[in-house]
Design a protein around this ligand. Structure first.
Ligand code: ZN
Length: 427
């Protein structure tokens, strides 16, 4: 962790070349791990703004000698990128510009007049729409075209925009050159003039479109069965909101959506992978989820005292078994009949595994869950581990009756752990 001297520019004017001029500025010392919302709070405090003021944080870049481009800093990822830029640059070249849309230093007031018949604000908006942080799928989808001078936070964003363009315009492109400083692509049809060259600005990681031949000299009206640029990653960006809203629940509906919205065909595998990527973006990857289990157990012990949890790592630090019995279940058990139904079902995540569950019936004849366990599979060892944990969690275990299916491991485990209990097979 280190400290960064942040230059905050405000109360200035945007000129026709996207330069922020006649501004005031103040310096703030911040930790380089500061979050986006904390920086916003600092800006609001330092400029004495209140909740009614709408602001945007921006950075203006000198692309050529007289051409500037603007990037908006909108989230933690953008801020990390910006802090990295500051570490390697002259601070005053990349001050954090605060544009305020209402209130003091209102944007409408400070913008210089633009071309005849065009309002200054429109000009500014069009600049933003062409210089997007492309991490948001909604904004990505809004981009209709690129032009020379457009700047992006990373090469990945340039690639995403090009992929979307290729899908929307119904053509494919081939990559002629791709490295850390340069990306050159051309229409995949031999002889077609469509061409894009992008490269980084020296000493920064800002990517700029340097050359763009917009017009195709090939026929671009053929719907392709499996579009080359429609990768699962870009499809996941396109359908993310639909998946979240429950409108695209399976690969088939994703294929349908991509055909309807972009006119491109995509394979079943790509659609399935896109859905997995969306779920990963929303829920995190399974590895992270497993890694958070100890934190979950700790949180449960504090927020729900009496809850019993346990993780068995098999002695080698790798996940083996997980057990949880909530405090409410343990307390409620003393009011239930001493009959416990136990069963297991397979899990469908990346690492599969089996969920074992114990439940009973309450006074209203409703199912009352007692405990859950995640194990590798239904084996003698896993059932026995589960029942041992269940025994240690429940407050009384007299005259018990266990009901289960005919899995051979279950009667053995019941006999070993609850030697006085009766075991029945459900029919
Ligand atoms: Zn072409």
């Amino acid at each position: 962790m280190g400290m960064l001297n942040l230059i905050i520019s405000y109360d200035g004017k945007w000129d026709l070349n996207n330069r922020y001029i006649d501004d005031s500025y103040l310096e703030v010392l911040v930790e380089d791990t500061t979050f986006y919302l904390d920086v916003m709070e600092i800006v609001y405090k330092k400029l004495q703004l209140n909740a009614s003021h709408e602001i945007k944080l921006m950075v203006s870049f000198d692309i050529e000698t007289s051409t500037y481009s603007i990037l908006e800093v909108k989230n933690d990822n953008d801020l990390i990128w910006y802090f990295n830029l500051l570490r390697n640059s002259n601070l005053f070249n990349f001050s954090l510009i605060v544009s305020i849309f209402n209130g003091p230093f209102s944007m409408q007031e400070v913008f210089e007049p633009c071309h005849e018949g065009e309002s200054s604000l429109t000009s500014c908006s069009s600049t933003f729409s062409n210089n997007k942080n492309c991490s948001g799928p909604a904004e990505l989808l809004q981009m209709d075209d690129i032009k020379e001078g457009d700047a992006f936070f990373s090469k990945l964003e340039v690639q995403k925009v090009l992929q979307l363009l290729a899908m929307k315009r119904n053509f494919e492109y081939k990559t002629l050159k791709s490295n850390g400083q340069r990306l050159v692509v051309a229409c995949s049809v031999d002889g077609c003039k469509w061409y894009v060259r992008a490269s980084t600005i020296s000493s920064t990681q800002v990517w700029v479109i340097r050359q763009h031949v917009k017009d195709h000299t090939c026929a671009v009206d053929v719907v392709r069965s499996d579009h080359k640029q429609a990768t699962s990653l870009i499809i996941s960006e396109c359908v993310k909101q639909k998946v979240i809203n429950g409108e695209c629940n399976d690969p088939k509906s994703i294929i349908k959506h991509m055909c309807k919205e972009f006119g491109v065909g995509v394979s079943y595998y790509k659609s399935w992978r896109a859905k997995e990527l969306v779920l990963e973006a929303i829920q995190g990857c399974p590895e992270d989820s497993y890694a958070q289990l100890p934190s979950l157990c700790y949180a449960l012990s504090h927020t729900s005292p009496g809850t019993v949890t346990d993780i068995d790592d098999g002695g080698n630090g790798r996940f083996k078994y997980f057990f949880v019995s909530f405090a409410a279940s343990i307390e409620g058990w003393s009011h239930c009949r001493p009959i416990i139904s136990i069963d297991g079902t397979f899990l469908r995540n990346k690492y599969v595994g089996t969920l074992l569950i114990a439940c009973t019936m309450d006074g209203n004849n409703s199912i009352f869950p007692l405990a859950f366990t995640v194990v590798d599979s239904e084996t003698d060892a896993s059932w026995e581990w589960f029942l041992y944990k269940l025994k240690s969690a429940l407050c009384y275990c007299q005259d018990l009756v266990f009901v289960s299916d005919r899995k051979s491991s279950i009667p053995k485990a019941v006999c070993n752990v609850f030697s006085n209990a009766t075991h029945c097979i459900c029919v």
